[in-house]
Design a protein around this ligand. Structure first.
Ligand code: Z5A
Length: 212
């Protein structure tokens, strides 16, 4: 029997993915499991190079299809070099963003046909899908305000508010379409309250996995 061990974290900018990832990693390790912590775009030397191309301002006018294909190129390498070997070796995998981000940003945000994304998803991933996805949901203005406090905006953070509204709605639509896989966390609350929701979600998932 295959044990579900592939967990992803999603959300708009400033949703609090960093603290959520730390908490998830801790809870998984406390149960005695090995866990690979990784991110997209990135996770491999080539993926991190592609991340710089995608997030930096050197290619501000990049075509939407180029952006989409680079996301999947980085993902193909990531699956091949890290994710699949880790899962095959019995490790859990905790990934900061995955293909739901492609649907949300390139699909709902940029307006690329979702069917084209689905075709690439099957091509690159075969049957591989996350087993659990935590969606940190919060109002766009709150997320951007939190993210903006930190640094100069990257190529995505420079998008207009309406773009992020579409991304947020896209994420919520994806979660509604796959309620068995998604847990939606109200990330607009205090860090303590967000942590409580994340803890409840991962503990329930670990209980289920450990009882198999
Ligand atoms: N992207 C894409 O378009 N398509 C794809 O397929 C993939 C990705 C995979 C990089 O992702 C970009 O790639 C991303 C989508 C695109 N777009 N952007 N930008 P990323 O995940 O690396 O970048 P990010 O979303 O910008 O990460 P982020 O801004 O670091 O978000 P975060 O990790 O969710 O935020 P955080 O660092 O955890 O928190 C932000 C600040 O808020 C920080 O100061 C915290 O201390 C504070 N914070 C967090 N939680 C709270 C609460 N609850 N209350 C108060 N303050 C808080």
């Amino acid at each position: 029997m295959t044990i579900p061990r592939f967990i992803t974290v999603e959300g708009i900018e400033g949703a609090g993915k960093t603290s959520c990832m730390d908490l998830l990693e801790r809870r998984i390790r406390e149960r005695g499991h090995q866990v690979l912590v990784t991110r997209e775009p990135g996770g491999t030397p080539m993926g991190e190079d592609l991340r710089q191309l995608l997030l930096g301002h050197r290619h501000d006018g990049m075509a939407d299809d180029t952006e989409l294909l680079l996301m999947f190129a980085a993902r193909a390498e990531h699956l091949h070099a890290k994710i699949e070997p880790a899962l095959a070796g019995g490790s859990w995998v905790l990934c900061d963003r995955f293909t739901d981000a492609t649907y949300a940003y390139q699909g709902y945000g940029r307006g690329i046909d979702l069917q084209r994304i689905a075709t690439l998803e099957t091509w690159v991933q075969g049957k591989r899908r996350p087993d659990l996805t935590l969606l940190l949901d919060l109002p766009v203005e709150v997320g951007l305000e939190r993210a903006g406090r930190r640094s100069t905006p990257d190529r995505f953070e420079s998008q207009a508010l309406a773009f992020f509204e579409r991304v947020r709605r896209g994420y919520l639509g994806l979660a509604a379409a796959s309620p068995g896989r998604f847990r939606v966390v109200d990330a607009g609350q205090s860090l303590d309250k967000v942590s409580q929701q994340v803890t409840a979600a991962i503990d329930a998932f670990l209980d289920q996995a450990d009882s198999r």
